[in-house]
Design a binder for this molecule. Structure first.
Ligand SMILES: [Cu+2]
Length: 270
């Protein structure tokens, strides 16, 4: 009984709870943190959901009506009719119209997402079995991002979602994401930003987002990539411009790409 109560509580509260990560008993999307995701959510809530509900209710009504109206006792001599042109035209045309009504706004959102505005910064995400690696190509930064094991979690760090090295990006800036993989197919996905792109070995896919709110956002690899597919989360921390600059100056030292390569050369020459 208690469990049922929580399910209902979850259904009615999940939409309001601050969710940039999945929450217990959540129904529907995570809270949008970008314009793209807001449009996706609006498309779903204001167009798809009413159509789905209307069709379900209509079909249910037809079934109940047929059960009662044409039951054997009330209708002993069933009609022998096999064709009705009007009805057949209607049940072909109406679904076509419904599909067109859904397709137009859907393509609009899709193409808008596909057009990458002028980027303020570019990051590159590389899928590995089973973790993500990141590069900031313009900043000489490279690092790997591993999931934090359950025993090592700090307070506020969600299980299976928190990582050791987060991607840090400034708020309200267009971030272009180059996505590729090193071994098998992965997919870089961040629900709050409405972003999901396959990571394909030997090929670079592009997407973008502009986070509107400061915060930590969680996503997961969304392409079955092997035994630890569930353990390669994505964490993006959106910060203010000043905090970003601060992080950048630290990261340039800590995650410097050239230095790492120099060190490797030194080691190799020894
Ligand atoms: Cu993966």
């Amino acid at each position: 009984m208690k469990k049922i109560f929580y399910i209902f509580l979850g259904i009615f509260t999940s939409q309001n709870a601050f969710a940039n990560q999945p929450v217990d008993w959540q129904l529907g999307f995570q809270k949008a943190a970008s314009e793209s995701m807001r449009e996706i959510v609006a498309f779903h809530d204001k167009l798809l959901l009413p159509i789905i509900i209307a069709i379900s209710v209509f079909v249910l009504f037809l079934m109940l009506y047929a059960c009662v109206r044409f039951r054997a006792s009330a209708n002993p001599n069933p009609s022998k009719r096999t064709h009705n042109v009007t009805v057949e035209v209607l049940w072909t045309l109406i679904p076509c119209l419904i599909l067109i009504v859904m397709a137009v706004p859907s393509f609009k959102i899709l193409y808008k997402q596909d057009t990458i505005p002028k980027a303020d910064l570019t990051i590159k995400a590389i899928g590995y079995q089973w973790y993500w690696g990141y590069e900031y190509p313009d900043e000489n930064i490279i690092f790997d991002s591993y999931m934090i094991e359950e025993k090592d979690l700090k307070a506020n760090q969600p299980r299976l979602l928190a990582v050791d090295n987060e991607v840090v990006v400034p708020v309200d800036k267009v971030v272009k994401v180059l996505i590729t993989a090193n071994d098998v197919l992965h997919a870089w996905a961040l629900p709050s930003f409405g972003v999901k792109r396959d990571a394909v070995p030997g090929r670079i896919n592009e997407t973008w987002f502009k986070a509107e709110k400061v915060g930590t956002y969680y996503g997961q690899c969304s392409e079955l990539c092997g035994i630890k597919h569930a353990f390669m989360p994505i964490t993006v921390r959106v910060v203010s411009d000043e905090e970003y600059e601060e992080w950048l100056s630290e990261a340039k030292v800590k995650f410097a790409k050239e230095e790492i390569e120099n060190d490797k050369l030194k080691l190799a020459s020894k």
